[in-house]
Design a protein around this ligand. Sequence first.
Ligand code: CU
Length: 607
Amino acid sequence: MAKAADLRPAHAPLNFSLAKSHRTRMKSKMELVLMLLLMVSLAGAQNPSPSVTQQTLQQVAASLRMYVDQLPNMPRIYGYSMQDGSPKPVTLTIGMYRKTWKFHRDLPSTPVFVFGTSAEAATFPGPTIIARQGVPLSVTWQNHLPSSHILPWDPTVPTAIPKNGGVPTVVHLHGSVHPPASDGSALAWFTANFQETGPKWTQATYTYPNVQPPGNLWYHDHALGLTRANLLAGLLGAYVIQNPSLDDPFNLPCGDTFDRHLVIADRSFNVDGTLFMNATGINPSIHPQWQPEYFGEAITVNGKAWPFLAVHRRRYRFRIINSSNARYLRLALSNGLAFCVIGSDASYLAAPVTSQNILLAPAEVADVIIDFSLSTTNEAELTNDAPYPYPTGSPAGPLNGKVMKFVILPKGAPPEAPDNSTVPTKEVNFTSVVPTDVAVTRYITMYEYTSASGSPTHLYINGKRFEDPVTETPRSGTTELWNVINLTGDNHPLHIHLGVFQAIKVQELVDLTTFKNCMTAINDAVKCNVAGHAVGKVVPVPEHEKTWKNVVKMEPGYMTSVVVAFKLVETNQKYPFDATGEPGYVYHCHILDHEDNAMIRPMKMLP
Ligand SMILES: [Cu+2]
């Protein structure tokens, strides 16, 4: 998709009563006000500020010296308490706060919306929650946000709009297996102090049963039509499920120093240091603000632009989360060191896989070991060479092509502890992905729609709106085969709530134009002879993605067949809770600009 040519900064909404008070003044003033209002309407209901060009955003990013801020370690919160030697359930209260955050030594403090146990403790990203497998955790998510957003949003995409102001939010624990009432439905939003709630809101406290195997999850906002703005503002954080009896025998690098999160997010900054988000849409007459993808010029890790981390010559574990709105990351190390991948999304692999690079779509997670004892250099940059949009957009440049730097200390630099960690030879054997007991086979088609000028207006799954009646109704406890047909020009990261899935076949669609024309006309894969088109080149599934995932990348012009398990894949058992209740679940594209407009569909589990 094309990038925006005209970009404007985000500011608080214009005070229209001010304009009204000028009604009786002289005509020239009236004309000035009208002109301002016209500019406002063109700018998507934002302040009439001078337009910001891509060049300005690049200059601001380029003015930030790389690798001067140390990689932060986010605060940790434990989702259980130890009593008499065993973990017991707890209830946490975590708030969403407006505060300021320094993204770089040389940037002024920037207004953000962030999670924390208090305003003082809140961070970008939020605190890392450490939960225990089998120990339920209850969290009361509280909204302490002000009456208006710090970023622009667009009322013309399906959006939570409270009658009395406020910033609607709702929290989804990404990758978690939990009852529908704790899923964070886009329609279960709430404003500050629960003053207003969305149509599907039922409860202030969510309970996560943590019945799934150990792994890496993350929590983030999921409010209808505001997810892209709320995450861009900072409403995201990491969540880990641990199980010492399974984790400890692997003898992986552990502890605060050697087991680290890298929560990566691209952001652009205005000259005054505020977060930039496009205030003008790509089709402003249709959507005043909405843009097909947000791409930031700077890459932040744990809330710092291009940080550094001093490491000893030993193994480290990194849990890498791509929390960007739309940017894919193809990560590599500049000194040629490899990643030893031990997990993908929230699951361990069957065995570690060595890879020189890792491609992470938005919301994907890689759990890796890097062995710095093998380094022949004293530093290693973590680089990104994924085009944006992926895979045929602009190449990564000198700014967004760099992520962070590892400064590798000399051998024996104090206070190095002996590295007693190992790389396991075997990890977890989950339920087989061989689709022998597929209950239902579905075709899931991704469409993009364009204006007369050819630029994107919206995206739908199966040609349906979010609010159209539910069509995906899997039976709880079963396995399904979803053939995902991507008729757009870009890769999309499909995310399914509750279920876990993995690709078993990625095959090119031949004579794509004929197929696409037929699908556009009648929206029926079988009648359009999908079997006759899905016969092209087969792309292998990367070895380090062969496990039960919660995000799978969908190649443009391909049909990706995924096996979806709506059960516990560790034990092959049904969920120990009722998954069939209201408000159900969703599945959607995790490019947030697509999810908001409106590449998202409801999913209702049947008994
Ligand atoms: Cu998408």
